[in-house]
Design a protein around this ligand. Structure first.
Ligand SMILES: Nc1ncnc2c1ncn2[C@@H]1O[C@H](COP(=O)(O)OP(=O)(O)OP(=O)(O)O)[C@@H](O)[C@H]1O
Ligand SMILES: [Mg+2]
Length: 387
């Protein structure tokens, strides 16, 4: 068991001074580009694993450190990590460890097995295998090459199979086949799925489907490898997911959140997101909204959701008030509207009409503003042919 209760970061990357508390369940970190979402996830992951090479001391601070606190099955922890150097000394990841001036290793270092990290590079190719290839060969080795699989593996195999259907009810697991490789000691395998257009290899499916599956099967794989859990539903460690919405259509983003709630109900999930749809699917107190204030990154304390979370908020309200988008309209639209109202104030019929015509062309067919602008134009008292 591992739960992170909070983290305080001082002088790391763009963060000067930030304290955040975390839920034992879901946490969605949100805010504009460069606000520090990935930095927070990297600090958490580096507390239990190898130091991320993306973490540096802030250029203008004397010190760079973070403090992380939480609990494991048998104790509480409170740990301090410091980065001395400003720049990465050596791109060789092993040597980067030298940048940690002070690191009190957590007793029982097995804790790294209680943390699964999906970085933004999770779908990238590395070497001759891509991430999904790795998951597929694990699937084959674990569930098919052994004649007698344990009860636990059998149960996880069924959970893995149901992930295919949960993502898309029209898609079902069909079979898995070992891929023929010339002169390679690696086992590779292809999962085949039953789809409305026939039986096709998983690699042919959409990148959104594969991206979700990579996360879901990746979680099952990690929890199974650690051997600490009877069933993936029991997993009560930490899962970090950067850009949860990566490659996904809004409907899929929300679906993935629901499937994660089902698959790992006892896990602590800490995810970064740019998606207002995911925020809408969050429950009360699950969102950590960050904003810039006087050049510093802080928690946006003005964002208060009700017992319904943000389910009653429109996407526009979430974008502006939770995610820090300054305006949800384009600059051109704002300029034209400004010109229109200025012309109305000056009773300049011609200019008002010119702006009006352009705004009408760009509005959504059902936008209620069309009627309002028409009434306002009419208010100028001139005979205008609107058609
Ligand atoms: N050593 C440093 N000193 C000062 N600022 C830094 C340093 N290293 C990185 N930064 C700043 O930190 C920010 C990077 O933060 P991070 O990648 O955590 O943001 P993010 O919220 O994940 O953004 P995105 O939404 O684009 O992924 C950048 O704005 C960068 O300018
Ligand atoms: Mg990021």
């Amino acid at each position: 068991m591992l739960k992170v209760d909070g983290i305080s970061i001082r002088g790391i990357n763009g963060i000067f001074d930030l304290d955040i508390k975390l839920n034992p369940g879901f946490n969605f970190i949100t805010g504009e580009n460069g606000i520090g979402k990935t930095t927070i996830l990297d600090c958490i992951s580096s507390s239990f694993n190898r130091l991320s090479r993306h973490l540096r001391r802030n250029v203008s601070t004397e010190e760079g450190f973070w403090v992380i606190y939480g609990k494991t099955a048998d104790r509480s922890f409170f740990e301090h990590f410091e980065i001395k150097e400003l720049e990465v000394i050596n791109e060789n990841i092993g040597k980067n460890e030298n940048r940690l001036l002070y690191r009190r290793r957590l007793r029982n270092a097995i804790l790294s097995k209680e943390l699964v990290n999906f970085s933004i590079y999770r779908n990238n190719n590395y070497g001759s295998m891509n991430a999904l290839d790795n998951v597929q060969s694990w699937f084959y080795k674990n569930y098919f090459s052994d004649m007698h699989i344990s009860e636990k593996k059998y149960s996880n195999f069924n959970l893995a199979k149901s992930c295919f259907e949960k993502l898309d009810p029209n898609i079902h697991f069909s079979k898995i086949e070992q891929r023929k490789l010339n002169n390679s000691p690696n086992i590779k395998a292809d999962i085949y799925l039953e789809t409305p257009s026939g039986e096709i290899p998983l690699n042919y499916l959409s990148s959104g489907y594969k991206s979700c599956l990579n996360i879901l099967l990746g979680i099952i794989r990690t929890t199974e490898v650690t051997n600490a859990y009877n069933n993936v539903h029991d997993y009560n460690g930490v899962i970090l997911i950067d850009e949860l919405d990566l490659h996904l259509h809004p409907e899929w983003q929300v679906k993935l959140v629901h499937i994660l709630r089902w698959l790992v109900p006892n896990a602590q999930i800490i995810a970064a997101t740019h998606s207002p749809h995911i925020i809408q699917a969050a429950k009360q107190n699950e969102v950590i909204p960050l904003k810039f204030e006087n050049g510093e990154i802080t928690l946006n304390k003005n964002v208060n959701s009700s017992e319904y979370g943000f389910q009653g908020w429109t996407v526009e309200e979430v974008l502006k008030d939770v995610m820090g988008l300054k305006d949800t309209h384009s600059n051109l639209y704002n300029d034209l509207l400004f010109q229109f109202y200025k012309a109305l104030d000056n009773l300049d019929v011609e200019k008002a009409y010119n702006s009006y015509k352009e705004i009408i062309k760009m509005l959504h067919l059902d936008n209620h503003l069309k009627k309002i602008l028409k009434i306002q134009m009419g208010g100028l008292g001139e005979e205008i042919n609107f058609d």
